[in-house]
Design a protein around this ligand. Sequence first.
Ligand code: PHE
Length: 345
Amino acid sequence: MNELDALVDSARASFAQAATPADLENAKAQYLGKAGRITELMKGMAALSVDEKKTRGAAINQAKQAIEAALNARRQALADAELEAQLKAEALDVSLPGRQRGQGGLHPVSLTMERIEQIFGSMGFEVAQGPEIETDWFNFTALNTPEDHPARSMHDTFYVEGGYLLRTHTSPMQIRHAVQHVKKYQARLDAGQGMSEIRVIAPGRTYRVDSDATHSPMFHQCEGLWIGENVSFKDLKVVFTDFCRSFFESEDLVLRFRPSFFPFTEPSAEIDIQFQTGPLAGRWLEVAGSGQVHPQVVRNMGLDPERFIGFAFGMGPDRLTMLRYGVNDLRLFFDGDIRFLSQFQ
Ligand code: PHE
């Protein structure tokens, strides 16, 4: 092998050994740099004759081109390898499942509230809202429950400074709403004319000192009130039976009105329901308190109890939600556990 072929071979070998572009540029300098082997060989031609220069020059040039070709090939190979490594490092696993964006939804008790409003709305009931911080008058006294009444002890609650309390039921809304309604019609009533009936539900939060699997210190109620000149217990039965059958989507649901006591209704009844099929079939389940509005309460609404009469009921949307979805611990509604709540979306 002549000297020039050996030089090309050695250049190829050292380029092949260069593992990085920087190594390769160093190796290049040894062969093609200003003080490299090729330059050296060119300088060595000075003493040659013109003919010799021609052949020698051509041979050196060929060697130089071969070395440059080897250099470019190696440059390309290193660049390809670098790109491949980079692509590998940034690779996306397109088979990975995507990150889910959590979808919000309504709380099961809110779903029940909406359902109650929708069903009673279809029966011509307005929806009213009132304060959770109440006065003694609206929560008790106006509802025929004077200060020394024993029924108050069943409604122990949270008292707020200034004589206020957290309402123990939604019944104060009977008075608040009726008083507003009567005000609107006062002139007509004073003239001995009539007024449109009061037909309202009042859903909302209520509070009592109570805490176990079926009682929470904060819970929900929905009040119902229908007052007119000829509204009877029969209407209560029809309205509430219709409501329960719509709410539970069950035509063969039966209701029982069990005699009870509330200071603000007379007579009073607990309303129990019984499913004929399904996991709860055959059991009586209490869902509401109810009764004919007491004459004293009608008077406190600003109406003449000799002329106006009606009924009221108060039900527990938390309990209705438990029955509808088969939830057995009330506390699940207030824990905020997404595994529980997401089942209602
Ligand atoms: N307010 C009563 C309670 O909380 C329920 C009720 C409302 C009873 C309306 C009769 C009429 O227990």
